[in-house]
Ligand binder design. Sequence first.
Ligand code: AMP
Length: 173
Amino acid sequence: MIKFTDLELDSNVLSAIADAGYQTPTPIQARAIPEALKGLDILGIAQTGTGKTAAFCIPIIEMLSKDEKSMALIMMPTRELARQVIDVINQLTNNGDKIKSACLIGGEAMRIQTKQLSNHPRIIVGTPGRINDHLENNKINLKSCIYLVLDETDRMLDMGFGKQIDQIFKYLP
Ligand code: AMP
């Protein structure tokens, strides 16, 4: 069975994983993390509660810690899911110690999010509508965003986010 220590992760990432209380990778993590670290595209399917969030957050944080210019964009259909993902990212980055993130969701003041964006976050988490609002206001620069996660893609498409997602893709390199 693969261990986190077999994955040759940065020591800060490994200690954050240990602090989170994760002892061994869950099956989706064991399969996805090594492939993601090779830079491959992944389509992952797993139930809620199987460690899917950390399966994409761990390799993203690892890759961003190795290449200080790169950024990641993580989109999901709901605010609740965005908050859950940002909690995992905060846990794994030691609350944004070296890698800052921003959470862009509807129903929250634009001003607070614009302030987060002015700190040059390297991980953008959010729902497509609000991400688009900030893009249209030139508040996000995605030119160095080379990692993209579509979380619960099926649900995003069912909810009619397809057009918004296509619009966001135009800003990605
Ligand atoms: P998720 O499927 O992403 O919603 O994760 C479900 C729960 O599993 C969360 O509470 C995580 O903190 C926890 N978790 C994720 N990865 C691991 C792991 N490798 N070992 C133990 N718990 C984990």
